[in-house]
Design a protein around this ligand. Structure first.
Ligand code: THU
Length: 130
């Protein structure tokens, strides 16, 4: 998990969050074991900004990953920063319910670990369309 923590800290340092000043870093492991970071990127037209998690998912997909197997997310200080509702669904597209989502402080200390199923129970996913 330390490689994910390191990547999330590095990603968070790049966050573009001049409006909320809430800097978020995320890191996701793919099925090959590779780690991909992402940060939130806000916009002067507020609704056009996006979260750290979809940034990480974009990197994972573009690097050839197809599955999310482990996640780390961190916000400001010691605040518990769980993925927002939309991000839970975005992670769900590529992750099984037992995938662990570790919520950490901005310096990388673990606050709490959840499974995706805990954060998004009875979820709707790709299998529902087959
Ligand atoms: N944010 C994330 O990056 N991920 C989340 O799951 C929660 C919220 C960002 C969006 C916005 O840039 C800032 O945090 C404040 O909501």
């Amino acid at each position: 998990m330390q490689d994910l923590v390191k990547a999330a800290i590095a990603a968070r340092a790049k966050a573009h969050a001049p409006y909320s000043k809430f800097f978020v870093g995320a890191a996701m492991r793919d099925e090959h074991g590779h780690v991909h970071g992402g940060c939130n990127i806000e916009n002067a037209a507020y609704p056009q900004g996006w979260c750290a998690e979809p940034s990480a998912i974009s990197h994972l997909i573009m690097a050839g990953g197809t599955k999310v197997t482990e996640v780390v997310v961190m916000g400001n200080g010691d605040t518990l920063c769980t993925p927002c509702g939309g991000c839970r669904q975005k992670i769900r597209e590529f992750a099984k319910g037992d995938v662990k989502i570790h919520c950490c402080t901005e310096s990388g200390a673990l606050i709490q670990t959840f499974t995706l199923d805990q954060l998004l129970p009875a979820s709707f996913g790709p299998e529902n369309l087959t």
